[in-house]
Design a protein around this ligand. Structure first.
Ligand SMILES: [Zn+2]
Length: 77
């Protein structure tokens, strides 16, 4: 889904951060979204609507928790 935001998503913003990087990692989801700049490590909190406006594209979608658990149990076998 287009408006999906997952913890751990790596996303690109329309405008780069002053440090020059436009790649961010989602570190918190909910009513407010917290993203961390991959260039300088700065953390920014955005309104969900504002975040979706600034997000250009998802570089790497986070693995849903269910899939991660499945993978882990496979390794345990
Ligand atoms: Zn930065």
């Amino acid at each position: 889904m287009e408006n999906e935001i997952n913890l751990g998503d790596v996303i690109q913003t329309r405008k780069p951060h002053p440090c020059g990087s436009d790649i961010w990692t989602v570190i918190r989801t909910g009513a407010d979204i917290k993203i961390k700049c991959q260039g300088c490590g700065r953390i920014v909190m955005l309104d969900r609507a504002v975040f979706l406006k600034r997000r250009k594209k998802v570089i790497q979608a986070a693995v849903p928790p269910d899939a991660a658990r499945e993978e882990q149990s496979e390794h345990a076998d």
